[in-house]
Design a protein around this ligand. Structure first.
Ligand SMILES: [Zn+2]
Length: 237
């Protein structure tokens, strides 16, 4: 009669030898769970070397698809995400793939409690953005990235390395780079026929600054207005 069992595994009385104690990766078989409908679905209760108990499909164990209770996956995916100290003042946090954020070293303890990912130019975990966690603001304000890089979340008020400051919505939008539809290559300057128009936005309004013969003159007008309206939040590139 055809015998599908692995040679050498067949017990004399036709039953399989006790496989309890066999190990696959981190998992050690404890006892078979009797509910399997088909042989390919046979499940075993296993104990993982981390101490957890789990149920695994025997075929998956034999094929190397189940190697732990899940702890192995967690460990290998978390490993590169651990913060790396860069220069004693700043640490970088892996966000997955080739994305990193940087934070002040004194914030590592706060940051380490979460798994951070990259989303839309920022480091996020769920709905929480890293800069909002590190730079608490009064109502009506939000943290502004001074250098325009949403991944530089070094918050060290009063120090040269600082990159976050509480800002109102209007101050925040002042510190945004050129619009992608900018036609002049200079912030606040757009072409109007043979002339160049300078304009600045302030409190949600566009303020017209005049027409100029060259983009350089128009940009100069913009820069002066930026200082007047945006003050320290001005970004003229
Ligand atoms: Zn485990």
């Amino acid at each position: 009669m055809f015998n599908s069992r692995i040679p050498g595994r067949t017990a004399p009385e036709g039953r399989e030898p006790n496989m309890a104690g066999d190990t696959y990766g981190r998992l050690t078989l404890v006892s078979e769970i009797a509910s399997a409908v088909r042989p390919t679905k046979r499940k075993w209760s296993c104990v993982c070397s981390c101490g957890n108990t789990t149920e695994s499909v025997l075929n998956h164990l034999r094929q190397g698809r189940s190697r732990s209770c899940g702890c192995l996956t967690i460990e290998t995916s978390m490993l590169p995400r651990l913060p790396t100290i860069v220069d004693g003042r700043v640490a970088r946090i892996h966000l997955g793939h080739d994305k990193w954020a940087i934070v002040a070293i004194e914030h590592l303890e706060i940051v380490e409690g979460y798994t951070w990912c990259y989303s839309g130019g920022y480091a996020v975990t769920g709905n929480l953005r890293l800069h909002q966690l590190l730079c608490p603001c009064d109502k009506g304000k939000n943290p502004d990235h001074i250098d325009g890089n949403g991944l530089n979340n070094v918050y060290a008020p009063g120090e040269l390395i600082n990159n976050l400051r509480p800002a109102t919505k209007s101050q925040n939008s002042a510190n945004v780079g050129q619009r992608s539809d900018n036609t002049s290559g200079k912030k606040g300057v757009s072409r109007r026929g043979p002339k160049w128009r300078a304009a600045i936005s302030y409190l949600g309004q566009t303020i017209h600054l005049g027409y100029f013969t060259t983009p350089e003159l128009a940009h100069e007008a913009y820069c002066q207005a930026a200082l007047k309206y945006h003050g320290e939040f001005a970004r003229t590139e």
